[in-house]
Design a protein around this ligand. Structure first.
Ligand code: OXD
Ligand code: MN
Length: 596
């Protein structure tokens, strides 16, 4: 089977991994339609996939995970750099030699009784100068099916790879099968789950989990953790950002990248339907942006992915009709409810829940049930080209030129609806200061505030202090006029009574409109102590019926709150010690001086 593989490194690696993992068979994925059909049939037979009603949801499947394998596991995710200082205080470090031994022990014989799938994949449009190739070895057909949606994968990738280099991504669910042993519908090994990244070797080893970012190794492991290391060396940016194209009523198009922590509405913003006449948003990507300077000195971005792995709960025809249309067919759903008609349902999908369904736990469910129908981190996997508002340039091998970068978190107080940074270095400080109330996308206490610099806390493959320095260096290396402007947004402000002050969703278009009008040169902002705020007569709230008090609260600068946070930020930053660039402290001091 591997005779057709020309790449020597690939052949040798696969052979070594076969020796180590002892699979019953090896299968090289070609990425074809027929292969997908065969694998999904196998998954139906093994009980991993439930075939959804063809009339309601053609060519789509539901998977229910083991209840102990439902999200990324940050505590069990490691960066194996030579020195501990190189991963910094925000990552879990492990010694590369020790981790190699641990992984070899875990992987020894771990694929007994299973098929080893070899998946060549490209992050980025096939053949794009910005794309990178990886090969994932996995014993999960569920992973293969998801990777086929999330990446460009199969024979075409091998054709491009030839003798070139690739990132080896090793994955196992960690559940060998004895002769005749019946398989679980979701095999996994939560007690021994371990995900390790080797930045020097540029390789990834993931054991024990079949879920999302732990198992689809092209996404967080490669396109963020390993790519951020590559990007630093090669002077580009690998970021946890959506990319949108915004067209104004005059037909002028701008591209914007925006960074939000997990499950803060990135997919909604990426597919936003404008309520403002003449304004249009198109989607390039909803999760990851790779950005590099073009020949003209501007920053260009590609979406390295080919599909969406979106958070399901809360997605509806009201909140995100384009996402609903994107997953209308050819989709995989994980941990959502199953209706009596054989379709899917999750909290927030419809105003009125179905009278009865089967929950993600496989239990009978009614609206009176104490447990939710879908897991809060349940997901849909759907091809990007099915998105009705996919941008015509989404597969442009050169990427799209970025005019603005937005940082946003889930903050019920302090951070106003929108402000613009005073310049690049201040913008880097704004990114570094990002903090957000926690969501279900990762293990942890939902609602607690945590620092999440650049929304990269769980995804930066090296010391975060060095990462800030890299962003500053990118700014220094560019013509300031050509750099994107940087903004902060917060859709989640709440009143003292706990009610959201801003309608959010489609109305976030008003913030994007203000940003774009500023980019076109409109005099629409005033300088404040924290950055540029909108001039009130230049910010479109028409038809929203916001009270004066609400409007004031949306743009209020609570000096006490800001000073308190900035002092807390100083403590947070001190953990980076000598790796913290001077410019970040300078920005913090300047902010405090402006506030006093
Ligand atoms: C994601 C995440 O799945 O950020 O995109 O957790
Ligand atoms: Mn994400």
């Amino acid at each position: 089977m591997l005779d057709s593989v020309k790449n020597e490194k690939l052949r040798v690696w696969v052979e070594e991994m076969v020796q180590l993992c002892e699979p019953a068979r090896v299968y090289l994925c070609n990425g074809s339609e027929q292969e997908y059909r065969e694998l999904s049939s196998e998954l139906i037979n093994s009980g991993t996939f439930i075939h959804l009603n063809e009339k309601k949801r053609p060519n789509s499947f539901l998977a229910r995970s083991n209840p102990s394998d439902v999200a990324r596991v940050e505590k069990k995710t490691f960066i194996a750099s030579e020195k501990k200082e190189d991963v910094g205080p925000t990552n879990n470090w492990c010694d590369p030699a020790e981790m190699t031994v641990k992984m070899h022990t875990l992987f020894k014989g771990c694929m007994k009784g299973r098929t080893m799938y070899v998946i060549p994949f490209s992050m980025g449009p096939l053949g794009s100068p910005m794309a990178k190739i990886g090969v994932e070895i996995t014993d999960s057909a569920y992973v293969v099916c998801n990777m086929r949606i999330m990446t460009r994968m199969g024979q075409e990738v091998l054709d491009i790879l030839q003798e070139g280099d690739f990132v080896p991504c090793m994955h196992s669910v960690g559940k060998p099968l004895a002769m005749g042993q019946k398989d679980d519908s979701w095999p996994c090994n939560p007690e021994n789950t371990c995900i390790a990244h080797f930045p020097k070797k540029r390789s990834i080893w993931s054991f024990g989990s079949g879920y999302g970012g732990n198992a689809l190794l092209g996404k967080k492991c490669f396109a963020l953790r390993i790519a951020s290391v590559m990007a630093r060396e090669e002077k580009w940016l690998a970021e946890h950002m959506l990319i949108i194209g915004v067209t104004n009523p005059e037909g002028k198009k701008r591209y914007i990248a925006a960074s939000f922590p997990s499950a803060c509405g990135k997919t909604n913003m990426a597919m936003l339907q404008s309520p403002l006449p003449g304004w249009k948003i198109e989607c390039v990507g909803d999760d990851i942006a790779w950005m590099k300077f073009g020949k003209d000195g501007r920053l260009y971005a590609i979406n390295p992915e080919a599909g969406f792995f979106g958070v399901a709960p809360g997605t509806s025809m009201k909140s995100n009709p384009n996402a609903m249309r994107t997953c209308a067919e050819n989709a995989i759903f994980t941990n959502v409810g199953l209706t009596e008609e054989g379709d899917i349902w999750w909290e927030g999908m419809t105003d009125k829940p179905p009278a009865r369904l089967t929950s993600w736990l496989g239990e009978a469910w009614t609206p009176e049930s104490q447990k939710s129908a879908a897991h809060p981190n349940s997901r849909f996997t759907a091809p990007a080209d099915q998105c009705p508002v996919i941008d015509p340039a989404w597969e442009d091998p050169e990427g799209v030129p970025i005019s603005a970068i937005i940082f946003g978190g889930r903050r019920s107080s302090v951070v106003p609806l929108v402000y613009e940074a005073l310049g690049w270095n201040h913008g880097v400080f704004v990114g570094a200061s990002l903090s957000s109330e926690m969501t279900a996308a990762a293990e942890g206490v939902v609602g607690n505030l945590r620092h999440d610099p650049f929304a990269m806390l769980p995804f930066c493959g090296y010391n975060m202090g060095d990462y800030f320095a890299h962003w500053l260096a990118i700014g220094r290396s560019a013509n300031a006029e050509k750099l994107p402007r940087i903004y902060s947004v917060n859709w989640f402000l709440k009143s003292a009574e706990g009610k959201y002050l801003w309608p959010g969703f489609g109305d976030n278009m008003r913030v994007i409109k203000w940003i774009c009008e500023g980019l076109e040169g409109k005099d629409n902002k005033i300088k404040s102590s924290i950055g540029y705020l909108p001039k009130m007569d230049s910010f479109d709230t028409s038809g929203l019926n916001l009270s004066k008090d609400t409007l004031k609260a949306l743009f209020d600068i609570n000096k006490e709150g800001w000073l308190k946070e900035s002092e807390e930020m100083r403590t947070y930053l001190s953990q980076f010690k000598e790796r913290l660039p001077r410019e970040i402290i300078d920005e913090l001091n300047s902010l405090q001086n402006r506030l006093r």
